[in-house]
Design a protein around this ligand. Structure first.
Ligand SMILES: Cc1cc2nc3c(=O)[nH]c(=O)nc-3n(C[C@H](O)[C@H](O)[C@H](O)COP(=O)(O)O)c2cc1C
Length: 351
């Protein structure tokens, strides 16, 4: 039995463990396996067409009748400053030459997709039980109509102020994302200086500041982390990195191997790949871009400019954007259903 049941009461699932959305890495098989095991599986949809989302949801619903979550980025359209783009292209030239590439793309389109009217229409039609957002929320009207259609809304917060703003906007559950977390920081305003509040400090302060349920995320890798999150007042956890070592996940061999040999101190926050801070494995490119301290194009324009480097990096880790969190060394390689069961047993024994 879990000490707090706000999350499981809301969704009727057995265990308060949300497998985090991880755009590009989460698969319908992973989501179905986690949800069938009593947790909540999540798809990350910042790289997927609306039509593909429709197909995925059809497949997931064939694989499970349990609740699952669909996740979207909610970032603003980038303001493209030609001088910043030009100076960044200059800085990227040596890196491009090193991997044998000549052309730095002129195209500054939006490869990472934000939440649009088209996506809203799809969600209103397919009515998922859970919809979550990262980088803040889309407009108030979108939240209102999603809730009216029966969806519950989750959103990441990296500070207490963000959590309070989410509660005031009608969000049902706050995902308190600590500094340890792998992937992009969910911060709303990327220009606001980030003081990096850790999960242990963030969760209880958000729990005290809002009345809605709080889910803890960031650096939670096993039953000890889950039990600790409950002691801090959370009603559940959202875990990303821990699930990256499950066979149902879509990750490269290089990513998996980097996690196998990871240490607590081998990641860092970087804007060098996408234009927004993300926790990834440290490498030469990240180090060297950090040393320049020059402004970078807005998210996700920077992602377009660095994309060919990532693609060309093959076996070298120097240009790879390997997202994982500070607790990756605690990962276990096992099928997702077995991982959920292991986490449940460990946490319940401690609790
Ligand atoms: C590879 C990777 C990709 C991620 N992509 C997303 C995403 O698409 N949407 C999102 O809301 N969070 C994303 N996150 C962040 C997670 O939601 C969560 O905050 C984080 O995984 C928790 O920390 P942990 O990795 O230490 O468990 C991602 C995390 C990782 C590791």
């Amino acid at each position: 039995m879990w000490p707090k049941t706000d999350l499981t009461d809301l969704f009727g699932n057995e265990h308060p463990i949300i497998q985090a959305p991880m755009a590009g890495s989460t698969t319908v098989e992973l989501v179905a396996a986690v949800s069938n095991a009593g947790g909540i599986g999540s798809m990350g949809y910042s790289k997927t067409s609306t039509e593909q989302i429709r197909d995925d949801v059809e497949k997931i619903r064939k694989l499970t009748d349990k609740p699952f979550n669909l996740n979207f980025f909610a970032h603003d359209t980038p303001v493209n400053k030609p001088d910043v783009i030009e100076s960044t292209r200059e800085r990227l030239k040596p890196f491009y030459s090193e991997v044998g590439l000549k052309e730095i793309p002129q195209n500054v389109s939006k490869p990472l997709l934000t939440f649009t009217e088209e996506r809203l229409e799809l969600l209103l039609e397919i009515k998922p039980l859970l919809v979550s957002f990262h980088f803040g929320l889309p407009g108030f009207d979108a939240i209102k109509s999603l809730k009216k259609a029966g969806s519950r809304i989750l959103c990441s917060a990296t500070t207490t102020a963000e959590a309070i703003a989410l509660e005031q906007s009608g969000v049902d559950i706050v995902v308190a994302q600590g500094w340890e977390a792998g992937g992009h920081r969910g911060s709303f305003d990327v220009n606001h200086e980030d003081h990096g509040v850790g999960t242990l400090a963030l969760v209880p302060q958000i729990v005290d500041a809002v009345k809605i349920p709080v889910v803890a995320a960031g650096g939670i890798a096993d039953g000890r982390g889950i039990a600790a999150a409950f002691m801090l007042g959370a009603c559940g956890v959202q875990m990303g990195t821990a699930f990256l070592s499950c066979p149902e996940v879509n990750v490269s061999d290089a990513h998996l191997e980097a996690i196998r040999i990871s240490r607590d101190d081998d990641t860092r926050l970087t804007k060098a790949f996408s234009g927004r801070p993300a926790r990834a494995r440290q490498n030469n490119y990240i180090e060297s871009m950090a040393a320049h301290r020059l402004p970078l194009p807005d998210f996700p324009t920077m992602y377009t400019l660095s994309d060919p480097l990532r693609e060309a990096s093959n076996d070298t880790l120097d240009y790879r954007f390997l997202l994982y969190g500070q607790a990756a060394a605690l990962n276990r390689e096992m099928p997702a259903a077995e991982l959920v069961q292991t986490l449940v047993t460990e946490a319940q024994n401690l609790l």
